[in-house]
Design a binder for this molecule. Structure first.
Ligand code: RAM
Length: 360
């Protein structure tokens, strides 16, 4: 198990059972929307007390899709910082791969440890639900962040940005760069990822509008949020489609690997690349002309907000029902929306003019 705390950064691969997708993965077709369409959330029936103080000493565990991803390192450090602020204790644990069932054993361990809350970015919307239900039955509060579970697997979902806005703006960003013409591909994360699949659905919907009639989505490839696989998939896309005009990679791992491949190839600057990435990973590719523009929210703020949501649940301030409010430290007050969703805000578009203003 890999853990990260502010005072200790240890990577222990102690007998970690890497459960494979064979243990009940979810296919794209049964994936719930990131803006979940499931009827019920796991909001508890107990009444919320908005005036309840945040409890001291809360133990909040962050379970990202995978630990060796700089995006989640930033997000979870934001969450751990928040926990320190409200007198709690945060830690990050998780698998080193983002496969469908890789988080289940971690959920079970965190439940046995009697954590007050689990904050999870789900690798699969359904595979984690039975274990999360057991956690909630044992009194552990569950917040999903970044990538949602089915709604009955958690009490609150902290979404980084509107799925529709992200999907459409990524297509718009690429379309501007290729004059609305040519073959395009998506280089995604894992086939089961709730967040990427929701965004891709909105990309397809955007592409169905008349202004994109000369653009064709030829392939959705999956790099599994693995650097090397994402690199190889990029190479494969260019080999299969030598006339490719552009790639959208809605994953920080994918876009960084694709940028590295392109920057070193004759396609640099010719095959356009956009998507979601961290400014620190992509700065050099913006400066060398591989990437014109890409988007992201502040991952530290996402983790910070999710941490406060977890503390508010564990303190009885909220139950996850629509309309409840809580204060997330320096970020201010948030209201829970439909289906237990809390929205962080709009993403930022980065380009050569502003990238040096950001350090994450
Ligand atoms: C990767 C992960 C994560 C996603 C970001 C944009 O780090 O897939 O879930 O939100 O990219």
């Amino acid at each position: 198990m890999t853990t990260r705390t502010p005072w200790r950064r240890t990577a222990l691969l102690a007998g970690l059972a890497l459960l494979t997708a064979a243990c009940g993965g979810t296919t794209r077709s049964d994936v719930q929307q990131q803006q979940s369409s499931a009827p019920a959330t796991a909001a508890s029936s107990a009444a919320a007390n908005p005036n309840a103080p945040l409890k001291q000493g809360l133990k909040i565990a962050f379970l990202p899709k995978q630990v060796n991803n700089p995006y989640f390192t930033i997000a979870d450090e934001g969450g751990i910082t928040a926990a320190e602020e409200f007198g709690g204790e945060g830690k990050e644990v998780g698998p080193s791969d983002a496969s469908a069932s890789s988080q289940v054993s971690y959920i079970n361990t965190l439940t046995q440890q009697k954590q007050d809350a689990i904050v999870i970015a789900a690798n699969d919307p359904n595979a984690v639900v039975p274990a999360l239900k057991q956690a909630m039955a044992a009194g552990v509060k569950v917040v999903s962040y970044d990538s949602d579970t089915a709604a009955d697997g958690r009490q609150v979902f902290v979404n980084q940005a509107g799925a529709e806005d992200l999907g459409r703006t990524e297509v718009q960003l690429l379309a501007e760069q290729i004059d609305h013409k040519g073959k395009i591909a998506v280089l995604s994360a894992t086939p089961n990822a709730t967040n990427q699949n929701a965004w891709i659905e909105f990309m397809k919907d955007e592409l169905s509008k008349p202004e994109y009639k000369d653009m064709e989505l030829v392939k959705v490839a999956y790099g599994n949020d693995d650097d090397q696989k994402s690199f190889t998939e990029t190479q494969g896309l260019l080999r299969s489609h030598p006339d490719l005009a552009g790639i959208i990679s809605p994953t920080t791992v994918g876009i960084a690997a694709a940028a590295r491949y392109l920057s070193d190839s004759p396609s640099k600057g010719k095959v356009k690349l956009t998507g979601l990435g961290t400014p620190n990973q992509l700065r050099k590719f913006v400066k060398d002309g591989t990437i014109e523009a890409f988007e992201l929210w502040n991952p530290a703020d996402l983790g910070y907000l999710a941490s406060y949501a977890a503390a508010a649940l564990a303190s009885g301030q909220i139950t996850g029902a629509e309309g409840e409010k809580f204060t997330a430290g320096k970020l201010g007050e948030y209201t829970i929306g439909a289906k237990g969703e809390v929205l962080l805000g709009k993403p930022t578009v980065f380009n050569k003019d502003n990238i040096d203003d950001f350090d994450f």
